[in-house]
Design a protein around this ligand. Structure first.
Ligand code: PLP
Length: 379
């Protein structure tokens, strides 16, 4: 059996181990230390000189603290893209708030500005202005930044930008992670760079970052003893993980280029297969890191052959592929919450498939993928 080809696996550069060694040599084996500071600086410099970055234990933790910073409390409503990873929505429940799910639009597969405004108008009519909008750059393709911002500002609702999948993407030359009132990154094992597990919060002021770090370290008040007046969390990043992150920052731009090369490979592979559309950013304003390359299959053009048949064919060849995110409003845990939109996200879930996209795939592995595709779509 050929070795398994994964959707997206960790890809180390050449200096991660020396950063870890340095942490051991200096005994900074703790959720604090020079690598944490250094990684935060690397990220802030990479993103923009207008932001501040706090390194945390996960992207989920970052979303949780971002909601806390935006003042979300029990009983509030939070608008969130339905087509996403569950970590975009779970922290709303951690706070006892109510998620309100919004459909995608077809150009970016992200938050539909029209459904978003319909939802806001209806929620206000029903009695409460939503507290925040969680917008996601799925698969590294930026959401409709200008349109979503226009709606958010019209109703005075802050944007939590879930950029977990979009480090290295940009819109009109500005880096993803810097568009929200607060931004969030993830360095989970499958992301474009990884610290094994980790995340970050991106804020506009140093004060907000300090607040986030305060919450992330048990909300400890200034006192010689342990004194607490607010709810706290244990969400800081380990100095070891941050060391991996510093090494990964050295290869981030290479990873972006290699993921984009994988995407170009799929565009070429499927160019003569009418039933398949490779997901692409809508125009040159959008620069996608293509964290994952994804396709949709029009089963009407394939005599009923659908993405599940293709997925199983890949699986038989020991190649991982995966349906697009199942919409949150269809998840059993969220079935009782409001939903606004049509069936864009549902249709994407039915027809869409993510394909192996790692920056570490070899020519031989690309050839194995191509052979499955050519065998599958023989006329
Ligand atoms: C991965 C991911 C997260 C969560 O990040 P973790 O670091 O795994 O907690 C949040 N949102 C999206 C869209 C993601 O893909």
């Amino acid at each position: 059996m050929n070795s398994k080809i994964y959707l997206s696996s960790p890809h180390m550069g050449s200096s991660e181990l020396s950063y870890i060694q340095e942490a051991f040599d200096t005994n900074w084996i703790a959720p604090i230390g020079p690598h944490v500071d250094g990684f935060e600086d690397n990220l802030a410099i990479y993103l923009s000189d207008e932001v501040h970055v706090g390194a945390l234990s996960s992207g989920t933790a970052a979303i949780h603290l971002a909601l806390v910073l935006l003042g979300v409390v029990q009983g509030d409503e939070v608008l969130v893209q339905t087509h996403t990873h569950i970590a975009s929505a779970n922290p709303i429940l951690y706070l006892g708030a109510t998620p309100v799910f919004i459909d995608s639009e077809i150009d970016t597969w992200n938050l539909c500005p029209i459904a978003l405004e319909e939802a806001i108008v209806d929620r206000i009519a029903k009695g409460a202005t939503p507290k925040a909008i969680i917008a996601v750059h799925l698969y590294g393709v930026p959401y409709k930044i200008d349109e979503v911002r226009t709606v958010a500002d019209k109703y005075g609702i802050p944007i939590l930008e879930d950029s977990a999948e979009a480090l290295g993407s940009s819109y009109k030359g500005q880096k993803c992670g810097t568009f929200g009132d607060i931004g969030v990154l993830s360095f989970n094992g499958n992301k474009i760079i990884t610290t094994s597990g980790g995340g970050a919060i991106v804020t506009k002021t140093a004060m907000q970052k300090d607040r986030a770090v305060f919450f992330a370290t048990q909300s400890r008040d200034a006192a010689p003893h342990y004194q607490h007046s607010e709810i706290g969390y244990n969400y800081r990043m380990s100095n070891i993980c941050a060391g991996i992150g510093r090494g990964q920052m050295e290869v981030l731009d290479d990873h972006v280029a290699l993921r984009r090369k994988m995407h170009a490979f799929y565009v070429d592979l499927f160019k003569d297969i009418a039933a398949v559309t490779v997901f692409e950013a809508p125009n040159d304003d959008y620069f996608a890191n293509y964290w994952l390359s994804a396709i949709t299959i029009d089963a009407q053009l394939t005599n009923g052959v659908d993405r599940e048949t293709l997925r199983l064919t890949f699986e038989a060849a020991n190649i991982e592929s995966r349906p697009l995110w199942k919409p949150m409003h269809l998840q059993p845990i969220f079935s009782m919450y409001p939903y606004y939109g049509k069936k864009v996200a549902e249709t994407l879930f039915e027809d869409g498939l993510c394909l192996p996209s790692g920056s570490n795939l070899t020519d031989a592995e690309r050839e194995r993928i191509a052979a499955v595709v050519r065998g599958f779509f023989v006329e």
